[in-house]
Design a protein around this ligand. Sequence first.
Ligand SMILES: [Zn+2]
Length: 337
Amino acid sequence: MTAFEGVLFDGVRAAGLPVQVEAQGDDVLIADALDPPRRIARDQISADAPIPGVPRLLRLPGGALIETGAHDAVASVWPPKDIIARAAFAIESRWWAVLTGLALTAGSVWLIVAFALPLAAEPVSRRISPKVEAFMGKQTLAFLDRTILSPSTLTDEETDKRQNAFAEFVNGEDAQSYWLEFRHAGTPNALALPGGIIIVTDEMVRATANDAEFLAVVAHEIGHVRGHHAMRLVLQDSGLAVLMTALAGDAVGTTVLAAALPAVLLRTRYSRQFESEADDYAFAMLKRHGQSPQAFADLLRRLRLSEHETGDSHSLRQYLSTHPATEERIQRAEEQR
Ligand SMILES: [Zn+2]
């Protein structure tokens, strides 16, 4: 049996607490004047490497420390051979960590920005909860309503007809629920927000010649929702820290993303890859519902003719600036009919 005196620093009390430490077989008993004695397994406590003339430090599970001048007692309970070996190992592994860390930091910041962010945005966007997506969608709609959108001027008859066609179109499609919102914006446009909100402007409704063209526009926007494109755009734009907090479900990360989304949507266009993905989804969905993707090609052609005349180039007010009516897209639609 070995017993010695020490001072306990538990991180709670400002001053150290004098303790009596007693080794009993595989256990260590720690007693002080205030609390009942604590029993801790001896191998759960580690002793720092001995330095001549400096008190020994014992590290307890949970982070508390005991400082003691009883060098011989500590050496007999925690034999020095192990400690030196362990200390050497710890130093070695720390060196590796330091070197690896330096190499990573120096060489890889641009790699993270250029490759990891876009790659991480996709899996992260799929792991963001539907609740968070719905919240962000509503926030963004409220922002757009305060800025560039105004209430719809369509008649009830016009909206009811489209709402009915829409409800039938999305019914049983997937677990995601969709909302259709009509707004006045000055030019034909449509956009999708996280959580399944699809905004179609009055002008777009009037630009479509029939239900098939209207559903083609809607199907393309559903493709953006399905691909989490708005979410991916804002995640890519917001940096690694936000990406990681969003992944962890952190409330701060979510709030930052929700605040950034409207600006990102207004400023940034979807990549060609996102547009192609949304087109592909739309063509397949239209065909599942017995509609021809030809309707999409027809609409793009007509919009191209009419929008050239207005000359409005604001990215969110101009459908074709975010959805270029390129020959390639029109041809792909026509090949799918
Ligand atoms: Zn699009």
